[in-house]
Design a protein around this ligand. Structure first.
Ligand code: BGC
Length: 750
């Protein structure tokens, strides 16, 4: 027995284990009893291609339950639900003998234009990290691995295989890596998938800092790093940096390069041993998967998909309680999405669903003949489009049907061709033809509900004119039924926005820095991503981060906050003040007024989805982890918790704070070496030099006629004055030599 499971293999065998056999499987070595394993997409269902393979989802795959993509299920803010769905996906993978499901994706929604936002959870790293960890935990309970992707700073599709994401250290650590770190530390995914792009000029597939220093040395990741499909630029540099497995197959070409590099002494064999050893570890983990009992229960998983979809829907507006509908009301359903649902995005995550619910059928199951229908407009590729009916004709029919009903429910959404992996959107507008139909319907029947189907945020120019708006995102295969559940009130909506709905695309922080040019995209907005920006700049938004209504209402008591073992424990009473059972998503934001570093006014640090029966009050306890208070200190290259009075705000969105409390947090010590360019402020803050200089300068500053020691302005000015420039000034009570001595002993810790 040796420590490294690869050390008994030949050089060629080791190299062979570190790249794929084909599109989806690893290579076997029979003599060493190492079987091949399969990894497939992910993330919101299983996409196992049985026949032809291609990673962009064009060839069909075995039927699997299509759960809501991250844009939907993320809106539940509920790790427990996401874990259950993960477990169901894991079970489907196990039944199909798939060892690793390629997901979840926890990249930050930096711009609403990113074509792949439907596959990501949020513009906030805590939401992404907590929900991503839940997904990993769920899948892995079934003895099936996950692949946390796309590591890292892959926040757009445009030029994704070449562009460099140029990100400063603080936003990189505090926004773009924080979610990954959370998932790695909390849920130990079996694999991490590096992204296609470069990060600050270095391909992520060959970045030793990212793949080894950060991921393994700092975060303790001990699984395997797999390339995104085709992300390898230089295989030898990749393996040396910590990339263990190239996918898909390179046809043996890069394996031969590795062998030659080891033989030529350009790559240490021990490095290849490590990568091959991790590939074997992964196979061994997969072999331990317990045998699956029973067959796939398609109905049970469809029911779970329906529950998850119901929990994904965000009620944005509901004037005069237009919703929920009553079965006796005459309802005009308008919009081809009601019969031809958009339920997932295009690309590698395309699931072949076991069944597909259309909203119109589900609404008729409840409302029967009271539900009429007109397509209103054509959806590309659908039956109405094929019928060749004119836009005028479709609109006129919609108006007629709407005019005869008590309520019109208009299904609007983005065409499938606008949202896909591989390219970004160019705007955030709904198609003009749909907006025109909505206007015409509104004129005929003001009791109009809009139901949206979209994977990325859309502008809502009609927000003030439409009394009720339901954001139903992309909901997976049971979305049609879930929409009916919410519209008729069988499900009380409880989704909340994990991203801001801006008034205009131009208001978005990345605007002007997206998607970059000539191979570089500069993350110029820095830390102020999403709501952090809108709140800092006090920019009006259509709907804020964290927002969502319910058919009931919730009230909050006074929050309390105390530090327990370094973490902040927040308690607040939340009451369901209405007459329906419901769920509230309680959100905790922190801020540090007067911080020494730039911060957003409030940053989400904890949340909880809480079920409350009508009239029920519960004390909700939320924990803000100390490490989540930390900023990345570029002076010492590590996370530092700044001491001070933190504001802890508890609320129902970033703009609906219900209770606020202050709590004192002790900071981490940051002692920087002093030199003659250290400012008086730096020196006064130093544990050794501070008291000495304080005493000496008190006399100096107090010597002036105006009593300068009392003069705050003078003190502020002196705070940034380098000590080396001060010595020699008339009246300064220190010689240069004395200061040099003091600095030397301070740096020596004396
Ligand atoms: C995507 C990954 C996916 C892989 C395999 C790539 O194009 O970026 O998310 O897992 O293909 O299909």
């Amino acid at each position: 027995m040796t420590d490294n499971p690869a050390s008994d293999l030949t050089l060629e065998e080791k190299a062979s284990l570190t790249s794929g056999a084909d599109f989806w499987t690893t290579k076997a070595i029979e003599r060493a009893d190492i079987p091949s394993i399969m990894m497939t997409d992910g993330p919101h269902g299983l996409r196992k291609q049985a026949g032809g393979s291609d990673h962009l989802g064009l060839a069909s795959s075995v039927p699997a339950t299509c759960f809501p993509p991250a844009v939907g299920i993320g809106s539940s803010w509920d790790p427990e639900l996401i874990e259950r769905v993960g477990a169901a996906i894991g079970r489907e993978a196990a039944i199909e003998d798939v060892a690793v499901v390629l997901g979840p994706g926890v990249n930050i929604k930096r711009s609403p234009l990113c074509g792949r936002n439907f596959e990501y959870f949020s513009e906030d790293p805590i939401v992404s990290g907590v929900l991503g960890a839940a997904s990993v935990r769920g899948v892995q309970t079934q003895g099936v691995g996950t692949s946390l992707k796309h590591f890292a700073a892959n926040n757009q599709e445009y030029d994704r295989m070449r562009a460099s994401s140029d990100v400063d250290p603080r936003p990189l650590r505090e926004i773009y890596l924080r979610g990954f770190e959370r998932v790695v530390k909390d849920a130990a995914p079996w694999t991490v998938m590096c992204s296609y792009n470069k990060l600050n000029g270095v391909w992520t597939s060959e970045d030793p800092w990212l793949l080894t220093s950060v991921l393994r040395d700092e975060w303790g990741f001990d699984g395997l790093v797999v390339s995104d499909w085709g992300a390898v630029n230089d295989r030898i540099a990749g393996v040396a940096a910590g990339l263990d497995l190239e996918m898909p197959s390179s046809g043996g070409r890069t394996d031969a390069q590795l062998v030659a590099a080891v033989q030529a002494g350009e790559l240490a064999e021990s490095v290849l041993d490590t990568a091959a050893g991790r590939a074997i570890d992964l196979v061994r983990k997969a072999q331990q998967r317990p045998a699956v009992e029973g067959a796939l229960d398609v109905d049970a998983h469809h029911a779970l998909a329906r529950e998850a979809a119901g929990r994904s829907i965000v009620l944005l507006k509901n004037e005069a309680d237009l919703l929920p509908l009553a079965p006796a009301q005459k309802v005009a359903v308008i919009g081809a999405f009601a019969t031809e649902p958009r339920y997932q995005g295009a690309g590698s995550s395309l699931i072949n669903p076991t069944r597909l619910d259309a909203a119109l059928d589900a609404l008729r199951d409840v409302g029967g003949e009271n539900v009429s229908y007109a397509p209103g407009f054509a959806v590309e590729g659908g039956a109405i489009a094929a019928s060749g009916r004119s836009a005028e004709d479709l609109q006129a029919e919609a108006v007629r049907v709407a005019a005869e009903a008590d309520v019109a429910v208009v299904f609007l959404g983005l065409p499938a061709s606008e949202e896909s992996e591989g390219f970004d959107r160019e705007h955030i507008d709904l198609p003009a033809v749909q907006l025109a139909v909505l206007d015409a319907v509104l004129a005929a029947n003001p009791n109009t509900v809009v139901v949206l189907s979209n994977g990325g945020v859309v502008a809502l120019p009609f927000v003030d004119r439409v009394p009720a708006i339901v954001e139903s995102w992309l909901l997976g295969q049971a979305g049609g039924s879930a929409v009916a559940d919410v519209l008729y009130g069988a499900v009380n909506p409880s989704g909340r926005l994990t991203e801001t709905v801006p008034v205009r695309l131009e208001d978005n922080p990345s605007y002007g820095n997206f998607p970059g040019e000539f191979g570089h995209v500069r993350y110029g907005e820095g830390l102020l991503v999403g709501y952090r920006w809108y709140d800092a700049k006090k920019i009006d938004v259509t709907f804020p981060f964290g927002f969502g209504l319910s058919y009931t209402t919730f009230s909050y008591g006074e929050a309390t906050a105390s530090v327990v073992d370094g973490d902040i424990v927040v308690r607040v009473d939340v009451t369901n003040t209405g007459d329906r059972d419901g769920r509230e998503v309680v959100q905790v934001y922190t801020g540090l007024p007067g911080s020494i570093v730039q911060r957003a006014p409030r940053e989400l640090k904890a949340f909880a989805s809480v079920a409350l029966a009508a009239g029920e009050t519960r004390t909700v306890e939320l924990v803000v982890r100390r490490e989540d208070l930390a900023y990345w200190d570029v002076r010492v290259d590590r996370f530092v918790v700044e001491g001070g009075e933190y504001t802890v705000e508890v609320g129902a969105s970033s703009r609906d704070i219900r209770s606020s409390v202050a709590v004192a947090v002790e900071g981490d010590a940051v002692v920087l070496p002093l030199d003659l360019n250290s400012s008086i402020g730096d020196i006064l803050g130093h544990p050794v030099a501070g008291p000495v200089v304080q005493q000496g300068l008190a006399g100096f500053l107090g010597a002036g006629d105006a009593g300068a020691a009392e003069d705050e302005g003078m003190q502020k000015m002196m705070a940034s004055f380098p000590i080396g420039r001060l010595v020699g000034f008339p009246g300064v009570p220190f010689t240069r030599e004395q200061i040099e001595e003091l600095i030397a002993s301070a740096n020596a810790g004396v």
